[in-house]
Structure formats: C-alpha cells, structure tokens
Design a protein around this ligand. Sequence first.
Ligand code: FE
Ligand code: CA
Length: 516
Amino acid sequence: MSTRRQFLVASSSLLLAAPMARGATGASPRFAADPFSLGVASGFPTPDSMVLWTRLAPQPLAPGGGMDPVVVPVQWELAADERFAKVGRSGITWAEPALGHSVHVEPEGLEAGRDYWYRFRVGNAVSPVGRTWTATPTGQSRNSLQIAVACCQHWETGFYTAYQQMLRDAPDLILHVGDYIYENNRGRNRVRDHGTAECYTLEDYRARYALYRSDAGLRAAHASCPWLLVPDDHEIDNDYANDISEDDDLPSLFLARRALAYQAYYENQPLPRRAVPMGPDIRLYSSRALGDLASIHLLDERQYRSPHACPAPGRRGGNRVYVDDCPQLLDPSRTMLGAQQEAWIDARLASDKARWNLVVQGVVTAYVQEEPGSKLRYWTDSWNGYAPARQRLMDSIANRAPPNPLIIGGDIHAFIASDIRRRPGDNSTPLLTSELVATSVSSEGPGKAVIDATLGGRPEVHYADDAKRGYLRLQLDAKQVRADMVAMDSVREPTSKATVAASFVLEAGRRGLQSA
Ligand code: FE
Ligand code: CA
C-alpha cells in the first residue's frame, strides 16, 4: 500500500469517526424547506457499483445551502424496483459541511448489468427517486446503448429545453463534456440573469451550481440515468490552462481559486470519491467499460496543459494566430494532457478491446484552418493550438489500434461531424478516426461567418452548424454508431419542439462517417 493510499484511508476513517467523537451531529435535523432541492444523481457505473449523489440544501442559494455547519447522517436506499418493494441495500453516510453537505455513496458488490433505483432520507425528508444501473461486465455484450452528449449550458443565454427533449429519448447514459456552469456573465441576448458577479469564492461556485440545478429538466435528467462528466474551462475560469488564468493572475492565486472551483464541482456532481480534490488537484480522467460494446475514456484537457501559445497582449487564454508568427505552436515539448495522462490513454487504447472506443473530451480535436487561403491560422485553445500533442494522441490511436475509435468533443457551440486523418490536416494520409462535436445546450454560437471561414471547404468536414442549440444522440450497437444532431426549435422559450438537423452513421470496421 502506498503512502498516499494509507493517508487517504486514514483520513477517510477519521472523517467517519469524527462526528461520533465530536458529538456535533445534527442527528435528527429539522428543515424549514426541502433539503433535497438540488435533486439526486448517479454516475460512473462499474459492473458492481456506481456513485449515488445528493447534496443537502434547504435554501439552495444561501451560503452553505442554508445548512447549519454540522455533520448530518443521511440514509441511502437502493432497490431493484421503482417502488422500493424490496430494499436491496441501505446504509448511513455523513453529509459534511466541509464538502457542502454533499453525499457520494458507492455501494459495493451489486449485481452486474441491471437497473437499480435509489433515494435518500434525512430527518423526516425523503428525496426524489433516481434510476441507475450497473455496467455489463467485460466478456459480455449489451445489445445497444443510447447516449446523450451535452455541453455548454450558459444560464443567461437560454432555457434548458434540450434536457426536456433528452428525457423524451430516455437515454441509457448522459455524457457531459464541460461548461456545465459558467463562472462569468455574458451573452448578447439573455433570457435570464445569473444575478451575481463572476465566481471566485467557494460559496460563489456552490450557488452557481444550485442556480443551474433549479432547472427541473436538468434535475430530472440527472435522476433518469447515470452520467459521465468531465469539465472544460468554465467550471473554473474561461480559457484557463493549468495554473494560468484568463486574466493572468499570479499562478499561486489562480491555483487557490482552482481548488475552490474543483471542490464545488466535486460537491455537485456524482463523481467517485477517488476524485475528492487534493488542494488544486483533482483526478478527472478515467475510463468506464460498458461490457464488450463500448469503452468510454474521459480526458482532462485543462488541468495539465501547457500555457496557450502566443496570447494576445494584456491577457492569456485562446488567440487566433498565424503559424508563421508563432513557432511555439509547433513545439513538441508542449502538452495538452500532461505526460502521465498521455501514457494512461495510450495504455487504455492498447488494452481496451470493446467494439467502440469513445475518446471523450471538452474541445475540438479536428484540424481547423481559421482563415481561407494559404496562410495557416490556428485557434490556440483547441487541439489545433497543441498540434504536436494532438499528433501524439493520433499516434496512440494508430499504433494501439483499438477497435473503432470515435472522438467526442464540445466547447465551440456548434455541431461538427468530421473525419480525422492519420496526420490531421494532411489529406495525403489515410482516415484514422472521426469526431462528433456536440453543440451547446444554451450557449451562443460563434456565428456563421466564423464556422464558414474555419471549417467551410474542408473535405473531411461533413457538417458544421453553429445556429442550433441541442445535443448529440448516439445509438450504439454491434454494427454501427448512429449519431443524431438533435436541434431545439428554441431556447428562448421554456419549452420547445426538436428536430434532427443531421444524422451520421459510423459502421464497425470502417473508417469515416456516412450521411444517414
Ligand atoms: Fe462553452
Ligand atoms: Ca469551453
């Protein structure tokens, strides 16, 4: 057992013992309002477990969620049926003020490949019921898997009609690829306001999650199925890179802010307990095998990346730069994932033999030339700004040759369906993989001119549209992945109809997306 692991074990048993020793528990707490206002969630299923989440917040927007600063015992129940006719498992866990009275339960030894229902009790309050499942074990295949991919849900620029539509689809799994909250206020055409300034403190970030979770559709989506999530920049700060903030704060100061933002992220999402932040560090990259049908690899492209190349004067973050003016762009020592994560994904791609290997991350991976004509111009926040690091990821995919790799991206507030070549941007090299980018749930698109200038006319780009808000619906089976780009008619009204803007199919054993 490593020293670090011993420390973790020791500190977690201390946490469990502490309330007994201190006697400072709200043993039979009474609440003036529903302590389960933020709903319930589950995530990160394995064959014998998953994470069950809630966070007590009778006054969700108040400091500490309106909870007294005491440790509170919370009961959890897991059943094999929706009515809890027979409670299969139950237990007590502690909601601690140090973690915003959040609860992350990981039951052990569950039956593989089946549905479960769960709920929580505290005092005389009972939570809503959530549905979740355990993964099919490796060596067995499930027939199909429906995944909804969401990202970029700025509260101010639209209603979450996408989640209402997702609930109609009843997906097996929801993948969120970042910008779950926005720390900043923005948008030309707002339908509502955050009502508070940019997030800096722990209470700022906590209240921002609570505001977003006041959306009934979002809460229902969390209760409806397990999620896998990885943040992008706005959960912390626009365009941050490792310890560099957008406003070029002193790195030590930014790391202090990053620690608070990661803590609020952990407190408010169904993340495994191994992801408890250690100061400014949080382990977010991870993999889930869902039987022999699919493996999903989540990459963290923010925490370990090199600073952006050639930032605009007076600020940091992304910039549109000419490659000729910025040799740093092609410096192979720069990294997007960090050496450890690069080795990790390389090993995953070597060992994972699932039919579909989804490499999931928060930005655009495809080669993008930002300006028509011959002068190369790159946007430095996406993988284009880290081209040698991208090439190493493509080399991993090519050399490790996992069956049927598919990249999932977000960030740009546009749907994109494109193929990626062995050397991205070099049309003389063969097709290696494809990328499907989910548009935003509600954040404003970059504008048609930008999309046309950057992606128009490239033969490997099948579709690019920034005018649509919505999500990606993926249907996986042994033969193919079908991808529907589900577009909401409106995010300016609280409810809306949806249409499928475009559909693509990726056939098993064949490279390249095809129109469906
Ligand atoms: Fe975004
Ligand atoms: Ca982003």
